[in-house]
Design a protein around this ligand. Structure first.
Ligand code: MN
Length: 231
């Protein structure tokens, strides 16, 4: 049985707000080379799917976070992603000021039952079974945006993921098709964003499967890292 381990409050290194985790919004196919490797068409606006709070688990930055290998898949894939913590309520957020809505940044893994996702996509069915399961959204601790160097209104952060010490994904968040600001502005047309909402911003190329016993390390230099073991 895969346990639900949703944290009551999110670890945040530079804030004492005590954000309670809320919705988890995920952007699909947001790096060109990943879109190519998945054989997906390009698009003019972002698309989203969601994970429930029960998908969330959080590392404390010190210990390794144990993730149970989920049932009903033979192809559990990692997807390393920049994760944005929404810090204040907002709708119709202007893109120019969208980073004012960022309450913290962290790194996360969007675990995916890839075999199931492929089948669901072929049948034009929703993705929940492949994306929204318990423990499918491990995240690091968060830090304040102002603790990080970024260029103007766009975040340019190196991001990488290793499995058993071998780098599998390496990119920069400037390669996103839709920037963090564009995503916040667009998503806020459809939802009232709330403090504690999380935004997984898409994964770069190099996704692949993991197996019990594997150790994954997700890193964005300057942010707390995330270390996960597959049980
Ligand atoms: Mn993803």
């Amino acid at each position: 049985m895969v346990k639900v381990k949703t944290p009551e409050k999110l670890f945040h290194i530079s804030s004492s707000v005590g954000y309670r985790p809320s919705r988890i919004f995920c952007v699909g196919a947001n790096y060109r080379k990943h879109v190519e490797e998945m054989g997906l068409p390009g698009r003019e606006s972002p698309f989203y799917f969601m994970k429930p709070r029960e998908a969330l688990i959080q590392g404390d930055g010190l210990s390794t976070l144990a993730v149970d290998y989920p049932p009903q898949t033979k192809e559990l894939d990692y997807e390393v992603e920049l994760v944005v913590l929404i810090g204040q309520a907002g709708s119709m957020v202007p893109e120019e000021n969208a980073l004012d809505w960022v309450g913290g940044l962290g790194v996360g893994i969007d675990f995916t039952r890839r075999d199931l996702q492929r089948k669901l996509r072929e049948k034009n069915q929703p993705w929940e079974l492949s994306k929204a399961f318990e423990q499918s959204a491990p995240v690091s601790s968060f830090v304040d945006l102002h603790n990080i160097n970024f260029e103007g209104s766009s975040l340019a952060l190196d991001i990488n993921l290793s499995v058993n010490g071998k780098i599998k994904q390496r990119a920069n968040t400037r390669d996103m098709i839709f920037s963090v600001s564009e995503i916040i502005a667009d998503l806020s047309l459809y939802f009232t964003l709330l403090p504690g909402d999380l935004l997984f911003t898409g994964t770069p190329e190099g996704v692949g499967p993991v197996f019990p016993g594997d150790i994954l390390e997700a890193n964005i230099p300057g942010l707390p890292s995330l270390r996960v073991s597959i049980e």
